[in-house]
Every structure is written in structure tokens, then in C-alpha cells.
Design a protein around this ligand. Structure first.
Ligand code: UT7
Length: 324
């Protein structure tokens, strides 16, 4: 027997303010046609006054707890993935803990940028499988609008704000791929590429927050290769094949990356959950946000094999195979 971490509930949050490509084109030298053709993005949500990574994360967490039918006080672990914390410290996870009224639990942030949710899920799953934790909130939350250079049209049109969360809870399984829960994870990092996607500031270097910088076409090339490889690696660990996959919930960076990865794997495009059109790239929030959308609209059902994957700054990349 093995202790599996199963997904008991999902939740998400978006700032109410939706900004279309046309609206952006009023202040940035761009067009709806260029953005849609190159990325598939039509709109993004942007945080307003009083909305922060912690407030979005808390809203997503509350919805995930409600979906799981659990109280905040049932939670003994919060792992929050973000590259845009409310403050350098304390961890945004502790602000979520406080907002939820949890008096004692383990709470920390994970920084793996767009792969952050995969890293956070893997850490929480290990802690549950090892018996050290019971019920975990795993959250991806970002306010990338606050680190964008709004003069740089090559990056500012690509990102949005939001949060997604899952509640993990243990369940006994027999160790095979018929179990429910997280069946495998695969994580990677290659720091040689840390100048292709980065923020040009930080507490220990410039003493400033900095702005996002990206060599987009080079990131694109690595993304398709790495994502297809890590997805196959995570599937191989479970003994499942691409044909067994009901849904892929990928990191939502660019519609063309999603299509190219699906083609490379021989996966039917209708099996790919796509939210990049409405959310743009929300970094660590994008996978749990897309997961919540597809769970709530009834596409992802109990028992389905769902593969999550992401790649981001570092580079970091990862995948997880889950029986929902
Ligand atoms: O989340 C982490 C992972 N991130 C990613 O996966 C992002 C990966 N990269 C991409 O998605 C794409 O590379 C981008 C969407 C960032 C860029 O698309 P691209 O097809 O690679 O375009 P490009 O950067 O090669 O630029 C093509 C042209 C350039 O003009 P010239 O030099 O050909 O005259 C750019 O100046 O498009 C121009 N351009 C724009 N035009 C209108 C760049 N940004 C814009 C814009 N509006 N917003």
C-alpha cells in the first residue's frame, strides 16, 4: 500500500479588470492581430488597487477548500508558488495562512517562476506521501502586471494576473496507475539559460524589484522540446501512454507552444485545456487556473488521467501525471 496525494478540490481567482488587446493597443505599439496571431491571447486580467498576490491566492484557496468540503483549519501545509510575492519576506504563504485564520501549519513559498506550481505540487505530494503532512493547499499566484515594463511591447502584452489552488488529501492506493491522486512528477532546471527569461532587479543585487526581460524566440524553441520530453518522462514513470491521457493542462504561455507540443506528442488538440486566450500567461498561476476552469466546466471528471506541465525562467520545467 502507498499513501497517495489526491486532489480533493480546486479553485481560482482573477482580478475583475479584464484588459483586451484593443485596450492595450491604445497605449502600446501593438495590435490585436499581432497578439492573436503570435500568441492566441485576446485578453488578460490585471490586478487593481488592494489586489495582490496574497489576496488572489486567498480567494483561490477559499474556493478550493469549499470544493473539497473542507475547513481551513483542516490544512496543515501551504505551499505557494510565486515569482511576485507581496513582499520579499515573509512568505506570501504565511499571509494566506493568516487570512484563512489557520493558527498553526507549515507555510512557505516556492520560486520556480512559471514551473512553480509543478514544483509546489511535487513538494507537497512528497510531504503527504512521506506521512509528514496530511491536508495541503498548493497554490500558484501571481501579479506579473507589477513587474512588466509597459514600454516593452515584446513582453507586456503576454502576461496577466491570477491565482489557482488545489487541496491535496491522502488516500491509500496500491502503488499502480489505477490509483487516484498524483501518480508521478518530473522536475528539471538548467541554470545556464537564466539570462533568457529573468527580472533585472532583486533585493541582493540592485535593491529594486526590477522588470521582466525575455528573449522570446529562444525561450519558445526550448519550451517545445523540454515540455514534450518532460511529459513523456512523467508518463513513463507511471506505465501510462499518451493514448491513456484524458486531458493535458499545460502552462499557458503561447497557443503556438501548446499546439506544437500536442503535435510533437501525437495528442489530439481537443484534449488540451486552453485558457491562454482569456488569461494570457499568469506564470505559476496558469496551470492551476486552467485546471480549475476545466474541472468546473465538467471537462475533467473523477477518474480521468490529467497531465500538468510547465516551463519557465531558470530554465525550470516539470510535469505531473494525476488521476483526478
Ligand atoms: O512563461 C515562460 C515561457 N515563456 C514563453 O514560452 C514565451 C515564448 N516565446 C513566445 O511566446 C514568442 O517568442 C513571443 C510571443 C514572445 C514572440 O513571438 P515571435 O513570433 O517569436 O516574434 P519575435 O519576437 O520574433 O518578433 C517578431 C516581430 C519583431 O519585429 P521585426 O524585428 O520582425 O520587425 C518584433 O519587433 O514582431 C515584433 N513585435 C511586435 N509587434 C507588434 C514584438 N512584439 C510585438 C507586439 N506587437 N506586441
Amino acid at each position: 500500500m502507498i499513501r497517495r496525494a489526491t486532489i480533493a478540490g480546486t479553485g481560482s481567482a482573477l482580478p475583475p479588470r479584464r484588459v483586451t488587446n484593443e485596450e492595450l493597443a491604445q497605449t502600446v505599439d501593438t495590435s490585436d492581430e499581432w497578439i492573436v496571431e503570435r500568441t492566441g491571447i485576446r485578453a488578460r486580467h490585471i490586478a487593481g488597487d488592494g489586489e495582490t498576490t496574497a489576496t488572489l491566492a486567498t480567494e483561490a484557496a477559499r474556493k478550493a477548500l469549499a470544493a473539497a468540503g473542507m475547513a481551513a483549519t483542516d490544512i496543515d501545509l501551504i505551499v505557494l508558488a510565486t515569482a511576485t510575492p507581496d513582499q520579499t519576506f515573509p512568505a506570501t504563504a504565511t499571509k494566506v495562512q493568516d487570512a484563512l485564520g489557520i493558527r498553526d501549519c507549515v507555510a512557505f513559498d516556492v520560486a520556480a517562476v512559471c514551473s512553480g506550481f509543478l514544483y509546489a505540487l511535487s513538494v507537497a505530494e512528497s510531504m503527504i506521501r512521506g506521512g509528514g503532512s496530511t491536508n495541503a493547499l498548493v497554490i500558484g499566484a501571481e501579479t506579473f502586471s507589477r513587474i512588466l515594463d509597459w514600454e516593452d511591447r515584446a513582453t507586456c502584452v503576454l502576461f496577466g494576473d491570477g491565482a489557482g489552488a488545489v487541496v491535496l488529501t491522502p488516500e491509500e492506493g496500491d502503488g499502480g496507475n489505477q490509483d487516484r491522486g498524483v501518480l508521478s512528477t518530473a522536475l528539471h532546471a538548467d541554470g545556464r539559460h537564466n539570462q533568457l527569461l529573468y527580472v533585472d532587479g532583486g533585493p541582493s543585487t540592485t535593491g529594486t524589484v526590477g522588470k521582466l526581460r525575455m528573449k522570446g524566440p529562444e525561450v519558445f524553441r526550448h519550451a517545445v522540446v523540454n515540455l514534450a520530453a518532460v511529459l513523456e518522462e512523467a508518463l513513463t514513470k507511471t506505465g501510462l501512454k499518451v493514448a491513456d491521457v484524458d486531458w493535458i493542462v499545460p502552462h499557458q504561455a503561447n497557443r503556438r507552444i501548446l499546439d506544437a507540443t500536442a503535435r510533437k506528442l501525437g495528442l489530439a488538440p481537443e484534449r488540451v485545456v486552453i485558457t491562454v486566450d482569456e488569461h494570457a500567461n499568469t506564470s505559476a498561476a496558469s496551470v492551476p487556473l486552467a485546471l480549475d476552469v476545466a474541472v468546473r466546466d465538467g471537462r475533467i471528471k473523477r477518474g480521468d488521467i490529467v497531465v500538468l506541465e510547465a516551463m519557465g525562467g531558470g530554465f525550470t520545467w516539470g510535469a505531473a501525471v494525476v488521476r483526478y
